[in-house]
Ligand binder design. Sequence first.
Ligand code: IVH
Length: 675
Amino acid sequence: MTAVPSTVARRAETLRDELDRLNEAYHTLDAPLVADAEYDVLFRELQAIEDQHPDLRTDDSPTRRVGGAPRADLPTVEHEVPMLSLANAFDEAGIVAFDRRVTEALGVDEGTVEYAVEPKFDGLAVTLRYEDGLLTRAATRGDGSVGEDVTPNAKTIASIPLRLKGRHPPALLDIRGEVLMFHADFDAINARQREAGAREFVNPRNAAAGSLRQLDQRITASRPLRFFAYGVGRFDAGSSGVAMPTRHSALLDWYRTLGVPVAADRAVVRGGAGLLAFHDRIGKARAGLPYDIDGVVYKVDDVDAQRRLGFVSRAPRFAIAHKFPAAEATTTIETIDVQVGRTGAITPVARLAPVFVGGVTVTNATLHNEDEIRRKDIRIGDAVVVRRAGDVIPEVLRVLFERRPASAVEYALPTACPVCGSAIVREDGEAVARCSGGLVCAAQRKQALLHFARRRAMDIDGLGAKVVDQLVARDLVRTPADLFALDQPGVAALDRMADKSATNLIDAIARAKRTTFARFLYALGIRHVGEEVARVLAREFGGLDALLDADWTALMERKRTVQKENAGRRSKGEGLLPVPLEGIGDEIVQALAQFLAEPHNRRAIERLREAGIVWPEAEGTVLRVDVPDTAHAGKRGPLSGKTFVLTGSLQDLTRDDAKAKLEEAGGRVSASVSR
Ligand code: IVH
């Protein structure tokens, strides 16, 4: 046998100490010191050393234990059937190897093993004992052999039945599962903690653990916890005549009939390919689930096969957890910059030491706004936990204060826009600070152009950030209308722009001239005017002039009058009048009015019109409004008493000509749709 190098022995000892410290913080104090992924790295390093040098494996090594010691002040419970842990795999190869091991051990053909597959809940494991159908005891996992007695606390959880459904419950049944907290409840609890000046929870799992492991169950009762079952401990049918299901999937089905919640997203699949497909499916559904999961769990479905496969030291051989790439990781904030959005919104962004999280390397994370930075007490130089879940922008979750260097510096938002130098202002009651430069600001201009080109706006294929950056930097484009003046050679001269792609872009810009009024309105990028609002506006106003000339105060007054009238009609069961600007609130109207009051915005719109933008739906539309206009004493003629609104550009006439003809025939031409 080769002697163990002393450096390796020392490293193992350091790792054991560190893991013990992290374990205690996590399991016993509910106050984790590092992100899970970081713990996993240390744990696996120690495991690897011990595998290579078994002499170094101590009896109390953290690799031999599951979880932490019970809280000293809660009564303890000894688990008759130990509560074990699961082996982990992080990639396809690990799962393929698992399926091969199982297949070989069972001596069956490849691809034939049936697995029950389910989410891996990210909460804390508990075991519930039911005697003759009555909940008699609840305990946490603790170190796997001894857990904490949390019976009174568990009884406050609404989804844990106090009595099992059904007439013939078994004499004894230990139901195992996970207690967790839904995201929405977590957010509400933290808001409450914040208001009370109490410590906030770092994540739903710790909130769940902290809420369950309470000496005073009234505290638990005030925290909305949930339970999902995934396993079984002791079982004794007694005289009930019920037989233990012979498949894991059937066990969970049975639980449902007993009134015990189980995961909705579960299945039975076959072979390694089935496992990987399920992982893929849940990975995609993950962001939409109301609770956190950190992977999926695969279990050989046949209970008899499970028994034959047995256990290795701390985990069953018949099951494995297929973890998702960690959504959280620890890194440091190197500096903080700000980004300027389309509407001038200033977003502070942390520049991070690169860190692998959620399957990608992350170097930036949003800090949301100034108040968030204050609230989380984030400083430059801090060690922080960042999170990246699904496709969402990575964010800085929290600071690891115990690691804060003396050199860490507080951050203040700049007072001038880093792009254009205009003042940054934050209005009363607003969380967001804004650059006051408007379209003078190149950053806002770029964002405005990108928005204009969006697929659901003007749909200009090929006008991406790289092109826009250059167009703005070279001052070729200042407002969207300038796009329509671009020519092929000008575009082809841009960096990394091939002749062909320049032609394509010019064509795409030309095509964009034909659009719809709603898209056009959306493309303008007016604050609060999203696609839906743009559609309502397009419908209500029919055309640009009516919108440009709108008397917003009068319109809103009219809206309120109709709403009041309708309230009366509704109570009398009468038909309702159409409400003008339905779904368009004061905030939107204010934004619109403000936007349209800016001469440079009006000029930008006018120039777009001149560039030849048309919407066929309104081409040549003369909107006839069948309201007799008695107040109007104009020329008499076939159109007397009628008011007309002209929208869009007319095909055969100029607007002025059309107006003249209508008036000639006795009609009145109004700028907007009025009462
Ligand atoms: S089965 C003998 N199924 O993960 C196998 N565990 O890392 C016992 N967990 O202690 C575990 N979801 O706290 C199982 N669907 C699931 C699970 C699950 C979450 C937790 C549980 C367990 C830990 C093991």
